[in-house]
Ligand binder design. Structure first.
Ligand code: SF4
Length: 569
């Protein structure tokens, strides 16, 4: 493998795999990349077969790329920048994807802030750790004895990382009996939005078991208050609220006592209004038992992958609005890059109504539910035809795309589009592509995972969903796809329910929340907790019922802060 034939997997995934192109033009998994470890997943294979968009459209009629770019330029010239919105997804995580954002910021468009994904949890971790959210080195995971997969279907969403450690002792904490739970020695099937209470209960037990990390506690502030917080409710109340039997808590401590522990924290725990507090409570429990700053173990969340790098593509926007509550109808022109808000953003109906009210430009590699509402569609070049580099939020390794095959002449890369627009509007050209990529390739970032500053969470103000829940209501869970990370390629539009609810497979039900309603078909699964229902990522009905709201601090989506009812329709 030479450095000129490398290809980075562009998909939004913890593993960030590295591939290369062999002498026969076949894409193969890297042997040197520790996580890829000679394997690529089914998603990547699908991506290679994908029929990428090669035609531009204006009002549903095929046009040439040049014509589409002329329309774009003319539209931008004739619209007040204050009335335009730039909306970008995270489907392709290459650093060069941000090129276009720099143009739109300079032009004066409104940009978005916050996230539909991980920002709430990141904030919780940063609040406890002096503003830094960096995962421990991969070797800490490899060296640990026990892995707690907390709200994360690790075996599926990080299949390569899982492969490296699959023979270790696993404990899963999740309302769903996931594939990871089935492979675990212990599964705590927790009630949704009670993870902070479980963290406090575990802290109580840790104290009884004499498992405090005295040294870490002495060196950092707030452990006394945190322990007082843990004692603020009787153990039996935690048992009732979390739905976890105390016998299982005892088992958990039998498994972790005297062992080095890794906690792999997923997105599920933080999709709530107070998600940052919940994540921070879990991180405080981890600190209490001495998971941090050891040679083995640690807490892994979605790391700030660009921490320590100087941003090479800077966009200083005049105005930014929270991503989950974008009202598309407020903008005369909306530029959507590489994403599908009709399916992925909260409150689908509001998104559709908004898009119908604006001039929508869709820039992407594949058509989707959102492109149906676009007036202008511009095809973006596929990942095999452009150079890029990916930083990982799952581990510390980078993946590089140096190899490029000739791109389709009807497509344009993000970098090319940004420079074309910069030229038309008299803005400065971006640094050369090679200069940007070389910076990321050649910069070795110092490991910042050692936690210098830590502050235990001292109070929790969480509005509990279980206190609001009425008898006929159920918790609504959203998860990454069942058998692979996302569902870009095979969408599952079912609502999964426990058979005890009495529905038959394929029954059509009215799924209702205070935010909206939709008809949806049922699939039974005893893996789902009796008081929950579940949809997988990409389900086009799910977001009809999710809150068009942000969390309390991170401008981020709170998909699970909702209770639903079901009726046969
Ligand atoms: S595991 Fe993730 S990063 Fe690796 S090939 Fe599959 S989608 Fe890409």
């Amino acid at each position: 493998m030479n450095s000129n034939n490398l290809v980075a997997c562009p998909l939004d995934c913890y593993d960030t795999c590295q591939a290369y192109v062999d002498e026969n033009e076949n894409v193969k998994p890297s042997k040197e990349h520790q996580v890829t470890n000679k394997k690529l997943c089914v998603n990547f294979a699908q991506l290679l077969k994908e029929d990428f968009l090669k035609t531009a459209y204006f009002q549903n009629k095929e046009i040439s790329l040049d014509e589409s770019l002329n329309i774009l330029v003319e539209k931008l010239q004739n619209t007040n920048p204050d009335e335009t919105l730039f909306y970008k997804g995270a489907g392709n995580l290459g650093v060069m994807q941000n090129s276009t954002k720099t143009f739109f910021a300079q032009y004066g468009s409104t940009l978005t802030k916050g996230s539909l994904c991980d920002a709430i949890g990141s904030l919780g971790i940063e609040q406890g750790r002096g503003g830094i959210n960096v995962n421990p080195p991969l070797n800490n995971l490899l060296n640990s004895d026990v892995i707690i997969s907390w709200g994360r279907n690790f075996a599926v969403t990080s299949s390569h990382m899982y492969d490296l450690v699959k023979d270790k002792t696993f404990i899963t904490i999740d309302p769903v009996k996931t594939k990871t739970a089935k492979k675990s020695q212990l599964h705590l099937q927790i009630n949704p939005k009670t993870d902070h209470e479980l963290a406090l209960l575990l802290t109580r037990f840790a104290h009884m078991e004499d498992l405090e990390d005295e040294e870490f506690i002495k060196e950092h502030s707030g452990a006394d208050w945190f322990f007082d917080l843990a004692k603020s409710k009787p153990v039996i109340t935690y048992e009732k609220n979390t739905g976890i039997d105390l016998k299982d808590i005892t088992k958990l401590f039998e498994l972790i006592k005297g062992k080095s522990v890794s906690i792999l924290l997923g997105l599920g725990v933080q999709r709530y209004y107070e998600g940052a507090q919940i994540t921070r409570a879990i991180d405080s429990f981890a600190a209490f038992i001495g998971v941090h700053n050891k040679k083995a173990g640690g807490v892994w969340y979605l790391s700030d992958s660009s921490y320590g790098y100087e941003k090479q593509l800077v966009s200083n926007a005049k105005n930014k609005i929270p991503l989950p509550t974008v009202d598309f109808s407020k903008y005369k022109l909306v530029f959507i890059q590489g994403t599908n808000p009709v399916v992925t953003a909260p409150n689908t109906q509001k998104v559709i109504d908004g898009l119908k009210n604006s001039f929508v430009i869709f820039f992407g590699t594949v058509l989707n539910e959102t492109s149906k509402y676009a007036d202008l569609i511009i095809p973006s070049s596929s990942f095999l035809t452009k150079k890029d580099l990916r930083l990982s939020y799952g581990h510390e390794l980078k993946a590089v795309s140096n190899y490029t095959k000739p791109k389709d002449e009807n497509t344009i890369t993000e970098y090319e589009l940004a420079n074309l627009l910069n030229d038309k509007f008299g803005f400065e050209k971006l640094k050369s592509e090679n200069e940007i990529l070389d910076y990321y390739k050649n910069t070795e970032v110092e490991d910042k995972s050692y936690i210098e500053e830590f502050e235990f969470i001292e109070e929790l103000e969480v509005d509990n969903l279980y206190e609001k829940k009425e008898e006929n209501q159920l918790y609504f869970l959203t998860a990454k796809a069942k058998n692979n990370l996302n569902s870009q390629f095979k969408v599952d539009n079912y609502l999964y329910v426990n058979p005890s609810l009495g529905f038959n497979d394929e029954d059509e039900v009215l799924l209702k929340s205070k935010y909206g309603q939709t008809k949806i078909k049922i699939k039974n699964s005893s893996d789902i907790k009796e008081n929950c229902v579940l949809t997988y990522s990409g389900n086009k009905y799910a977001n009809y019922v999710t809150p068009f709201l942000c969390d309390e601090e991170a401008d981020s989506a709170i998909y699970q802060e909702v209770l639903i009812t079901l009726e046969l329709s």
